[in-house]
Design a protein around this ligand. Structure first.
Ligand code: PLP
Length: 293
C-alpha cells in the first residue's frame, strides 16, 4: 500500500496512521473542495493555477482558505519531497471540519480539515497513447455548479463506473443536447481542422490542462473555438480527445462503440490530436527542465 507521508491538520505522518472524525463535514455532507496536481520529476506542474482554482472553489462554497499561497507551497513541496517516487499525483482537500454534532448550517469556530497526500502518477499506457481509448456517453446528472471542484463526486463516480462496465476509459456527459465534459476530464472536438471545446461556465470544471491546450493552440496558430457543442457535433467529430492533469491529451478512438472519424484516421488518434499531444509534452518538458512547474 501507499504509505507515504501525508499531511493532516498540521501533522506530517504516514498515510496509514492518518485519522479524521466521522463527524467531519466532508464525510457527512461532501462539504469540501479538492485539487489534484501532476508532479513530474518532483516539480508540481502549474501549481499556482491549481492554488488559484482552489481559492475559487473555496469562495464558491463560502469556506475560508486555511492557508496563504506561501503556506500551501511549503506543505506541497514537503509532501512531494518525502515521497519515494519522482512522478506523482498530489491530492489535497479542505473540508468545513468536524463539529461535535451533525447539523447542516456552517459550524462556528470549527477549524477546516486539511489533508494532502501523494501517490505515483499513473499515466496512459503507450498502447492507449498509440491507439486511443474508448469512451461512452451519458446524461449529465450533476448539480448547477460544476465549475467548483467539490468532493461531492457521486455523479462523477457513477459516470466513471458506467465507462468501466463498458470496457472504456471515460464517460462523456451531455446536458440538454450539449456536450459538457467527461467524468474527470474536459473534452475537445476537432471538425474540419478546427479545435472546439465548450465554454468554461457553471456546467464544466475549468480544467488546468484545458487551459494549457488552449494556450498552445493560440501560441502555434492552430484554429480553435470555445463555444457550445451539440451532441450531434460530438458524434460527427473528425477527432475527439480528453484532457486532465493525469491523462494529459488522450485520443478517443471509439464513442459508444462507434469509430471516431473517417478515412485514414478512423478509430485512431488523428493528426490534430497527435500534434496537440506533442506540443503539450514539449511544453511540459521544457518547463520541467527549468524547474518552473
Ligand atoms: N472535469 C472534471 C469533472 C474533472 O474532475 C477534471 C479533473 O479531475 C477535469 C475536468 C480536468 O481538470 P484538470 O485538467 O485541471 O485536471
Amino acid at each position: 500500500m501507499n504509505n507515504t507521508i501525508c499531511y493532516l491538520n498540521g501533522q506530517y505522518q504516514p498515510l496509514s496512521e492518518a485519522r479524521i472524525s466521522p463527524l467531519d463535514r466532508g464525510f457527512l455532507y461532501s462539504d469540501g473542495v479538492y485539487e489534484v496536481i501532476p508532479v513530474y520529476s518532483r516539480y508540481p506542474f502549474r501549481m499556482e493555477e491549481h492554488l488559484r482554482r482552489l481559492q475559487k472553489s473555496l469562495d464558491g462554497i463560502r469556506l475560508q482558505n486555511p492557508h496563504s499561497t506561501e503556506e500551501w507551497k511549503k506543505i506541497i513541496l514537503r509532501i512531494i519531497a518525502e515521497a519515494p517516487f519522482e512522478d506523482q499525483t498530489l491530492y489535497f482537500q479542505v473540508t468545513r471540519g468536524a463539529d461535535i454534532k451533525r447539523d447542516p448550517p456552517f459550524p462556528i469556530g470549527v477549524p477546516q480539515t486539511v489533508f494532502l497526500f501523494t501517490a505515483p502518477l499513473i499515466r496512459p499506457t503507450p498502447q492507449q497513447r498509440e491507439n486511443g481509448v474508448g469512451a461512452v456517453t451519458a446524461p449529465d446528472i450533476r448539480w448547477g455548479r460544476c465549475d467548483l471542484k467539490t468532493v461531492a463526486l457521486l455523479p462523477n463516480v457513477l459516470a466513471r463506473q458506467f465507462s468501466v462496465d463498458a470496457g472504456c476509459v471515460e464517460t462523456i456527459m451531455i446536458r440538454d443536447g450539449y456536450l459538457t465534459e467527461g467524468s474527470a476530464t474536459n473534452v475537445f472536438v476537432v471538425k474540419n481542422g478546427i479545435i472546439l471545446t465548450p465554454p468554461q461556465d457553471h456546467r464544466v470544471l475549468p480544467g488546468i490542462t484545458c487551459d494549457v491546450v488552449l494556450e498552445l493552440a493560440a501560441k502555434h496558430g492552430a484554429p480553435y473555438e470555445v463555444r457550445a457543442i451539440t451532441e450531434a457535433e460530438v458524434r460527427n467529430a473528425d477527432e475527439l480527445w480528453i484532457t486532465s492533469s493525469t491523462k494529459e491529451v488522450l485520443a478517443i478512438a471509439t464513442l459508444d462503440g462507434q469509430v471516431v472519424g473517417q478515412g485514414e484516421f478512423a478509430g485512431k488518434p488523428g493528426p490534430v490530436t497527435r500534434q496537440m499531444h506533442a506540443w503539450y509534452c514539449a511544453f511540459r518538458d521544457e518547463l520541467m527542465r527549468h524547474g518552473r512547474g
